[in-house]
Design a protein. Structure first.
Length: 229
């Protein structure tokens, strides 16, 4: 029987500070400024787009966490969401992830949330921040939703280069209290997808395996983890 490790000190919550900006500094600065600004006066929607692994979901989750730390409640929806609550007047923002994958019913919910956020009954507008894999004009969505998501601030997130990937891996490992040697980083980048999301998932699996086996992060440990799965 395998010993189960407690999930203590593993994956840190996404934060804007934990996002390695690289070529995406403008988007990061915009989100940080928007979080520090009162959205009581005509907030403008924000749309992030880029290929898988560019950091879209990390940034949306970081915004959600930051708003929660401010005591605000947030409406969240992604393509995997099954339950769709009615728009809540208590929400301070609406966050829509992976909008390019929305089904017809999900698009209907997103449109309803958008309208209620930007044209609310109580007169207090909310920030709408969304993300997808393609530019707004190319989103396979109903026209009234597609046009609304893209009329505000739009940022194209670029994939990080190798030096940036290495920096991100080391930073995330350090946040978990781990040391990631150059040889392990080399192995990860040569043998696995360079998609940042995939690398973060791999690091989390490796962290869990190291904790369970009480061993340091090494290439033999990584191979052992893969053999045991």
């Amino acid at each position: 029987m395998k010993q189960l490790a407690l999930d203590i000190g593993l994956a840190p919550a996404p934060t804007l500070e934990g996002f390695f900006p690289g070529p995406n500094t403008a988007a990061l600065q915009h989100l940080a400024q928007a979080l520090g600004h009162s959205h009581a006066s005509a907030p403008v929607p924000t749309y992030l787009w880029g290929e898988s692994g560019s950091g879209k979901t990390h940034l949306l989750q970081a915004v959600r966490e930051a708003l929660r730390e401010q005591g605000a409640s947030v409406g969240w929806r992604d393509a995997k969401s099954r339950y769709a609550p009615a728009f809540d007047e208590k929400w301070s923002a609406v966050i829509l992830d992976d909008v390019h994958l929305y089904s017809t019913s999900q698009q209907n919910v997103a449109f309803n949330w958008f309208i209620n956020a930007m044209s609310p009954a109580n007169g207090v507008q909310r920030w709408v921040i969304s993300a997808g894999s393609v530019p707004p004009a190319d989103l396979p969505l109903r026209e009234d939703l597609r046009s609304r998501l893209g009329w505000g601030h739009v940022f194209h997130l670029q994939m990080p280069g190798e030096a940036e990937l290495r920096a991100v891996l080391r930073r995330q490992a350090g946040a978990r209290g781990l040391t990631l040697g150059d040889d392990v980083v080399d192995y990860m980048l040569k043998r696995f997808s360079r998609d940042l999301g995939s690398l973060m998932a791999l690091l989390e699996r490796l962290d869990r395996h190291a904790l369970r086996t009480q061993r340091a992060l090494t290439i033999p440990l990584l191979k052992d983890m893969l053999d045991s799965e």
